[in-house]
Ligand binder design. Structure first.
Ligand code: 3H9
Length: 699
């Protein structure tokens, strides 16, 4: 019989087979929960001797339906369904393929037996949504795999392979061949062998098996690494409950801690990011029938750190790359950098020697542009000089076949000016990678005024192949990310000259959740980089002297950041630890005097608001100008490109959390105080605040 469109139940010989079919990932919506529950109830009184739970499509159930979170609960709850499954009088077996994640894996853990095909993965990734497994996952995984392994699985949230799951006792067997056939045979064998009903809730955890202080250490570690993130601390509490309490009480405790996480701003922010990341890949108003151009070979101009990193992305995805350098020496240097980077990846155990050799065999180097005659995509990654870039694009126009996509990795130059050096501006696009390009997830795809739709679609599509998160930006100085960064850096420098110390600014931002404060980042990247870039800018683009004079003065003193042992801080040559330096205070005082600024204390709250609200205001202007497609795209850029804390969801989501009225009010106050264009409140921000709307409502 058919219980719902999403779930089908049929008798196959002596096995009652429940099939879930809720594309694309069989998320456990209310219809799925209801369908499974009805089928399990029906199976109790029909002729089946065991029940098998299988999924159609590309995966086993990939979790609770995240879209239902934050809305009124719909019966049956997942806990209710799992209680029905666990208490079934007939054996229930889960058959796993694809990814059994979150609530999906919790459901499998509740079944009496679990089988999987070898390519399957299982995991409890709730922590990535600021949550914890809320349907018995913490209590059951710790009973099956032991508290230490369960804590590891749940606190990092990464899926594990079927073979690892087998060694951890989280599944019972790995099956070969067609899963439907093999799992029915497995169920029949269990019946024939009179296999007992195995309920995980019956397992006792041996307290003595857990090292003394294990959970206290975990708490301290998580507090240090994920400061202020409730989910991690609550996961440890669930583990304590698994050890100390009877199963049912442990379940109740887990539920209470799950609800606490669900109601937190951090989880709302991380769930927002989950959907933001996926919608960023979608281009509005792009004809869906458009065929992307195929990309089988890639050329890269410039084999420096950036070009080399970009080449690795493609080689990792099995796409051959030709690297162009100016001379043989440059070619050799570029290939050596790539080889060294792969070596580091191997030494970290993330790649085998064999995989490294294969990737390296896909990257070749040359000085001859003619060798790019037949590639599908070229990415120019030379240093930021417009004339040089135009010269390169002119040359590419001569050698590349019609239809080759010509991309620039510029981080702020005008795409249209670069495209004007070719006779085919429709093929030109920006593909802005972030450094290190083989590690950072973000890819800003920048459309010029003439870029063809199929070129945009190809760039967004290839991003997924090379495992990047693409965000589309319009063409403006700095695009989405670096334009916002300018406001942030300019406010940082203003705070510095007006009275804040580097350690105050960095401390405030690190407490907010940034991995590093802006001045520590400057020291890490090298202060000379910004200095050199500023030299090439017009006075108008450089902005007010107070927004860069301290940085310039430090560079002119030879303080280039970590690489010279000093910048905004002094660095211990051995540990690289940063130390405050009174000399920097003198520099700040001198520069302030020069500009007639009297330094006075600035509160931590003002530092935070000035830095973060400057991002929000610029983000709103980008939205209003149509440079960004959606506010959530801006969040994706800032989280994946600039280290904005995930648990804040990005600057625009943070603004929604604070409330746009309050944000507007504070921005207006800053404008009254500083009267800089930075603080002119974006019209869009004002209008949303007046209508009592937020950014997420603006699509
Ligand atoms: C949970 O289970 C809580 C429980 O412990 C307790 C409850 C009481 N719900 O990523 P893709 C959509 S928390 C709703 O592009 P892939 C996704 O938005 C949950 N929708 O595919 C996208 O939609 P669209 C724990 C979901 O092949 C489409 O599916 N589980 C869900 O690259 C395709 O997704 C997780 O956190 C969902 N659970 O990767 C798993 N999952 O096409 C989250 C996906 O409209 N999911 N969608 O943009 C994933 O990690 C990946 O989606 C997965 C597939 C690996 C499954």
């Amino acid at each position: 019989m058919e219980n719902s469109l999403a779930v089908d139940y049929q008798l196959q010989e002596n096995i009652g087979v429940i099939r879930v079919n809720n594309p694309p990932v069989n998320a456990m919506s209310q219809a799925v929960r209801m369908g499974i529950k009805q089928a399990v109830v029906e199976a109790q009184s029909d002729n089946c001797q065991a029940i098998l739970l299988l999924c159609e499509g590309r995966t086993f159930i990939a979790g609770a339906d995240i879209k239902e979170f934050g809305k009124p609960a719909l019966d049956p709850s997942l806990s209710d369904l799992l209680a029905t499954i666990e208490q079934s009088r007939k054996l229930i077996i889960a058959a796993i393929h694809g990814t059994a994640l979150g609530g999906g894996f919790e459901l499998a853990l509740t079944c009496h037996y679990r089988c999987a095909i070898s390519s399957a993965k299982v995991g409890l990734p709730e922590v990535k949504l600021g949550l914890l497994p809320g349907a018995g996952g913490t209590q059951r995984a710790s009973r099956l795999a032991g508290v230490e392994a369960a804590l590891d699985l749940i606190s990092n949230g990464n899926p594990i392979s079927a073979s690892k799951a087998l060694t951890l006792n989280l599944i019972d067997t790995i099956l070969e061949g067609d899963l439907a056939e093999a799992s029915i045979a497995y169920a029949q064998k269990l019946v024939a062998d009179f296999a007992p009903i195995k309920r995980v809730s019956d397992i006792n955890i041996e307290k003595d098996s857990i090292p003394t202080g294990f959970l206290d250490d975990a708490r301290a570690r998580f507090e240090k690494r994920f400061r202020g993130q409730l989910a991690l601390q609550n996961i440890v509490s669930c583990m304590e409950a698994a050890i100390e309490l009877p199963f049912d009480e442990g379940l109740r405790k887990e539920r209470q801690l799950f609800v606490e996480c669900m109601q937190s701003d951090a989880s709302a922010a991380m769930r927002h990011l989950f959907f933001a990341e996926r919608s960023a890949a979608k281009v509005k108003a792009l004809d869906r029938s458009i065929c992307a151009r195929e990309i089988h070979t890639v050329g890269i101009i410039g084999g420096g750190t950036m070009g080399g990193g970009i080449a690795m992305n493609f080689a990792n995805a099995g796409i051959p790359v030709i690297l162009i350098e100016v001379d043989d020496c440059g070619v050799n240097r570029a290939l050596k950098i790539v080889e060294r980077n792969y070596g580091i990846t191997v030494s970290k155990g993330k790649l085998s020697e064999e995989q490294k050799d294969h990737c390296l065999s896909l990257i070749s180097g040359t000085t001859k542009y003619e060798e790019l005659g037949d590639v599908d995509l070229v990415i120019e990654a030379v240093y930021e000089n417009l004339d040089l870039k135009k010269k390169i694009f002119g040359r590419l126009d001569e050698v590349c076949r019609p239809g080759t996509i010509l991309a620039t990795n510029t981080s702020y130059q005008d795409i249209d000016l670069i495209a004007s050096a070719t006779g085919r501006p429709e093929d030109v696009i920006g593909m802005h990678f972030f450094s290190p390009a083989n590690v950072m997830k973000l890819l800003e795809v920048v459309r010029g005024s003439k870029t063809a739709d199929d070129v945009i679609s190809s760039a967004m599509g290839v991003a997924k192949i090379i495992k990047k998160i693409p965000v589309l930006s319009g063409n403006c100085y700095g695009f989405i990310g670096n334009r916002m960064l300018r406001s942030y850096v300019s406010e940082t420098q203003s705070c510095l000259i007006e009275g804040a110390a580097p350690e105050q600014i960095d401390g405030v931002m690190e407490n907010f959740g940034m991995a590093m404060g802006p001045l520590a980042v400057g020291d890490l990247a090298g202060l000379d980089i910004g200095y050199t870039a500023r030299k090439a800018l017009s006075q108008e683009k450089k902005g007010a002297p107070k927004t860069y004079c301290i940085a310039d003065a430090l560079v002119e003193m030879g303080r280039l950041g970590q690489k010279s042992g000093s910048g905004y801080y002094l660095y211990d040559p051995e540990t690289r630890g940063r130390m405050n330096d009174p000399e920097v205070l003198t520099v700040m005082q001198q520069q302030a005097e020069k500009l007639g600024i009297i330094r006075k204390p600035i509160s931590d709250e003002d530092v935070l608001n000035r830095l973060v609200f400057s991002l929000i205001n610029e983000g709103a202007k980008l939205l209003e100008e149509g440079i960004a497609q959606r506010s959530s795209d801006i969040d994706v850029v800032y989280v994946f490109g600039y280290g904005f804390p995930k648990f804040r969801g990005g600057p625009m989501q943070y603004a929604d959390t604070v409330g746009l009225k309050k944000v507007c009010h504070i921005i207006d106050e800053f404008y009254n105080q500083y009267e800089t264009p930075n603080w002119e409140c974006a019209r869009l921000l004002k209008s949303l605040a007046t209508k009592e709307l937020n950014f997420s409502a603006y699509t």
